[in-house]
Write a new protein. Sequence first.
Length: 507
Amino acid sequence: MKRRPDARCEQAGPQGSAKLFIGILCLVAAARTFVFCAGFPFFNNADEQAHFDVVLKYSQGHLPRGMERFSAESARYFVQYGSLEFFRSPDAFPDGSFPPPTWASPAEGTSAAVSATEQAWSEATNPESWQPPLYYAIAGLWLKLGQLCGFSDGHLLYWLRFLNVFFVAALVWLSFLAAREFFPQQEWVALCVPVLVAFIPQDMFYGIENDNLSPLLFGAVFICLICWWRAEVMSPLLAVCLGLAMSATYLTKLSNAPLLGVALFIVILKVFSAVRSGNLSRTLPALGLFSACVIIPVGAWMIWMHHAFGDAIGSSTHIELSGWTRKPFTAWWHHPIFTWHGAWGFLSKLLTSFWRGEFIWHGKRLASAAADYFYVISSLLLIGITALHLPRLARSDKVTAQIVSFALLSFIAAVLFLAFISIRFDFGDSVYPSRSEPYLWSGRYITGALIPFMIVYVYGLDLALRWTRRTWPVLATVLIIVTAVTVSEIRVNRPVFSSDYNWFHLR
């Protein structure tokens, strides 16, 4: 990005100070993730049982072969350490309080009920059996390491959840690398991106979910794409990094597919650019490495899926299990998303969920109405400012305008993907999504676009405050945002920490 002539003298800052700041920020993000992971009991409403069961199977060297049932060992964990507090209110119990945890109850009084519940879980089908393997393989190895270190029972569950501490710390560091590539002459503006990432109240990081790895991996894809777009010829090392990052992103979550579609589109554009500039021959060896790093891992997994599930992707089996049916094309256009009310309902729920997650407590969403309004309005406003500025930016700095477009397109593609799924299917008797509310609005499904989104968000904020001709108002505004967001998150989640089922009481 070209440095503006209004001379932000204070913008650069010493690089060593920035690195120290990022190091401290990574530790702070890790600490807050640890605290919230420990504060929430098991098992949350975001399919944590299903994800844990798959991780446990991978740790034992077993890859699911079809839509398998929950294992008996997983069922024991569910019953022994699961809390009713996510879905039920204490008023539902005779004395107005939840019963003590099963692991703390006398065995004589609970054995019959426990056995029956475990049996029920063992007879149920795990809907996440078809998911790609990377997160589960990493988490399975981490679980195995915990067992070797002597952890067991409830402590082993939290050991597995604490893997998110490392994911979040790495994500903060990676977000700074991406922002520094984007804001090379505005280091203190670049710091705003990791600050927002470090304090985002996205509760998926407080549970066992394969979504946790997506923002880290697609963030790596985005950085590689920026580096290649600015380079004349792609180096072999960059080709390998980009190819492996893209294949890893696919092998983590299939909802990352639209992000990879955008990445592939950028690769194709760069190849056409190499043809026009006469650099194709110099780029071909790197393209060969890139193709091999993408095709071999993804192709091998698709072959396995076709063998084990009869479907190279696996989604058909999941759709059938969920009771969804494909609607005819003519029925798509009757979806409420094509009304102003429906579009706003979808976007507002998706954006709030993208920022703060979707956990419930005592059957109610853990959310603040004021914070939710801020998430939606600020996101739409700053994205809009960035989009409107693109034509002007293209006239002064074409390369930066193209990179901004890539970041913006990544997030838009992810949103449109969920909108397409919402329109494409009749959800039958499903609770979520449902016929009465036919929207797939879970923000965790598109958190792979977290780093590109935050770059667009900060860029829009920088544009909105450019009239000050200073950098510090941008950083000050971001610090005010994260302070308000953190206070809101603590206030909203405070009841959770008094739970008798969480790690603090387990100790």
